[in-house]
Every structure is written in C-alpha cells, then in structure tokens.
Design a protein around this ligand. Sequence first.
Ligand code: ZN
Length: 238
Amino acid sequence: MLEKLTVLLKIQQLDDKESELLSLREAAEHSIIECKKRLDCLQNKQKQHSEELSEHRKKLAVLNGELRAVEDKIIKNKEKSQSVTSEKQLNAMNSELESMNNQKSLLEEEILLGMEREESLSEIEEKLQSELKEVTNTFSAAELDLVLSKPEWEQNLAEVRRNRTRVAESADRVSLSLYQRIRTRHASVVVPVRDGTCEGCRIKLDHNTVNDLINQDSLVCCSNCSRILFVEEVLDQE
Ligand SMILES: [Zn+2]
C-alpha cells in the first residue's frame, strides 16, 4: 500500500511542478502585458504633452513677434517726434507713445509668464522622456527574456509531462482515478497528517482514520475533505 502512496506522491510532485512551470510563464506573460499597457499609456501622455509644449512655444513666438513690432513702432514714433512742428502734434504723438509703451509692458509681462510656463512644461517633458526610456528598456528586456527562455521552459515542461506519463503508467488504476478526482477539487491531493490533523483541511482526524493510517493496508482518505492521507514517519521508515 505504501508503494501506491509513493507513486501518488510522485505524481503529485510532477503535477505541482507542471503547475508551477505554467503559472511562472503565465505570470511572465501577464507582467509583459501590464508593462506594454504602461508603455502605451506613457507614450500617449508624452505625445499629448509634447503637442502642448509645441503649441505653447508657437504662442510664445507670436507674442515675441508682437513685441518686436511694438518696439519698432516706438523707435519710429520717437524718430518722428523729432520733426513735429506743433504742440498739438507733439501731444498726440506722446499719447500714442504712452499707449505703445503700455502695450509693450503688457506683452513683456505675458512673455515672462509664458517663459516660466515653458520651463515647467520642459521639465515635465524631460521627466516623461526619461520615464518612457526606462519603461521601454524594461519592456524590451522582459520580452527578450521571454523569447530566450522559451526553449528551456518548453523542454522542462515536456520533461515533467513525460515523467508524469511514465509514473502514471506504473500507478494502480483505482488509486490514480481517485487522485484525479480529488485533484479537480484540490491542488493538494496527498497530504500529511501531523498531530492527528489533516494538513489539507486542518480538521482533527477521528480514531478510526488514525488506526487505518497506522495499519495502512489501503489508501486512507480524510473524512472531511476526502484528500488522501499519509504519515511522514511511516513513509520514511520504508
Ligand atoms: Zn482533510
């Protein structure tokens, strides 16, 4: 009977190994998908930001153009004022000059604010670029790693499955089918008993079950969770 148990334990070990290999791969693929999502999101954000910065720079260029035009007008106005002949003309020109100076001040103020905004937008742009570079590198490395590790992973998986088939062929049909049935409900099928307690469901076993385990002339199942039980010390003695 202990041989049946040993075979089932071996099968369980191989099934666990297979699950582990599959979930490791799944986790790696999932992490790449998440990384790609983050990359796409960051690329969109960076693109939008880049457009905003470029629009802002265009506006700033327009403002600078307007400022130069006003400055030109002021110079011309000053030149013209040299040749005025009447006080009325002079007053008119001075009033025009004052209005142009006001316009100039307003433009200078607006440009100054615009330059401050440009600086902060550029800083964000720089941060986004560096973050984008980092995520791109992480993504490429993870993708490459997944591709490079695939052959070894496939080889390991095939080996585990081959071994599993080989061991299952040597197993007793009835105990194997019992194992398969329990496996559809629980990841751990064959579980140790410690201090009279099933390690699968943590329920204290009754006396009959404990006695059956000591005699061990057939597979013993937990009356609560149906898992197949074994006592480590008994197995070790074999
Ligand atoms: Zn149990």
